[in-house]
Design a protein around this ligand. Sequence first.
Ligand SMILES: Nc1nc2c(c(=O)[nH]1)N[C@H]1C(S)=C(S)[C@@H](COP(=O)(O)O)O[C@H]1N2
Ligand SMILES: [Mo]
Length: 447
Amino acid sequence: MLINRFIQQAPESFLSQAQIADVARGRRGFLAGALAGALATAGAARAQSHPPAGAGDPNILEMPEHTKGLGQPVAALGYGNPSVYEKNLQRRESPGLTRVSAASVSFCPLQGLFGIITPNGLHFERHHQGWWDIDPSKHRLMIHGHDPSFVKTPLIFTMDELLRMPSVSRMHFIECGANTAMEWGNVAVPTVQYTHGMISCCEFTGVPLYTLLEMAGTDFKKAKFVLAEGADGSSLTRTIPMKLIENGEVLVAWGQNGEMLRPENGYPLRLVVPGVQGVSWIKYLRRIEVGDTHYGTKDEVVHYIDLMPDGLHRQFTSIQEVKSVITTPSGGQVILDKGFHHVTGLAWSGRGKIVRVDVSVDGGRNWAPARLESPILSKCLTRFNFNWTWKGNSALLQSRAVDDSGHIQPTYEALRKVRGTRSIYHNNAIQTWLVQENGEVKNVQIS
Ligand SMILES: Nc1nc2c(c(=O)[nH]1)N[C@H]1C(S)=C(S)[C@@H](COP(=O)(O)O)O[C@H]1N2
Ligand SMILES: [Mo]
């Protein structure tokens, strides 16, 4: 059990020794007794005989105020909000990462989430020119050809017209190509929110782009690529190969976890490009142009490219390779007690399904398989869990994922051999968390 979920989630400030002692005083008895007891014996009766320290008669469960009075009226809720006790669970900006906040990132608090779905209010954000709340009644999507030979009947859709289309709902992760970017050369940031928080996973609802291209009379023999363009100030453009579109996976989406997209995630329309880095998931989608060559726009030739050890840049990387991370325990958290711990994390691959995740508690010398929880879906987050008994000594926790294309997540050593240390993007190396003897967890790299 981690002592700081309900106390301190601010990743920039680790708990001080005094705070740790404070929390330990208040909770150690409860955790060591009630929780560990309940876990070991799975018995409610046993749990009752180990109440919070200082709670009085161990056979009587207190009746707090909220068991005796009238609760809040329904109308007070409106659009529901999380409990006030969860207010530390927030998206956060990394101080000093970018010069202006409109061209920045807010990171998803992976350390505090369960399962695989990211709540909409905690979805990471990446904006090149800030976000907009666009009036859906005025928004339009145009589909046309690079020249008239590619598309027989260019079309302009309103949102109402799009929402009449035969839609599908699919669960997928979206990961910015810059996720884990700061860690290429050395350890740079303290928590999993900052090392891996440029990923989120939602159920998206929309119409396959292929359906719209068919409606517009696209010549699929000629058409090899499309260019997608956003309606924000960055006019962000990305080339998407027709190969990815033909199987119906690429969606023109308006739904995100059962409701409309949030403004910061592209309301009212965005492209969903499963397995491909976030930058191709064009938000505020306004235009699809069909052509036969890679467009090589400014956003693709100079951004999201990889500086290789020989000094050349590798362009047009798009698939997010197999990757995983332990989210609890992770950097900035504190383990209170020896004994049983539920190690949990996330694994994903832009190539398909996760087939295996191994966990090591000794820095990669020994590995044991983690439990993969269902559902296990293609190009979607997979939750893994692992039982661990902490003996109180320092430990190096790692996870290593394998996908159904046979790719295995690399160590930093292996990745750097191929990619060097000066890249920004596409870092899928194995993450290491050091659990210290005092229970504090730190981000480390080992070779
Ligand atoms: N129009 C537009 N689309 C965009 C961007 C943008 O700045 N403008 N950012 C891209 C990048 S780099 C990423 S990683 C994802 C982030 O999506 P999110 O903000 O919903 O997390 O959107 C992509 N689509
Ligand atoms: Mo991105």
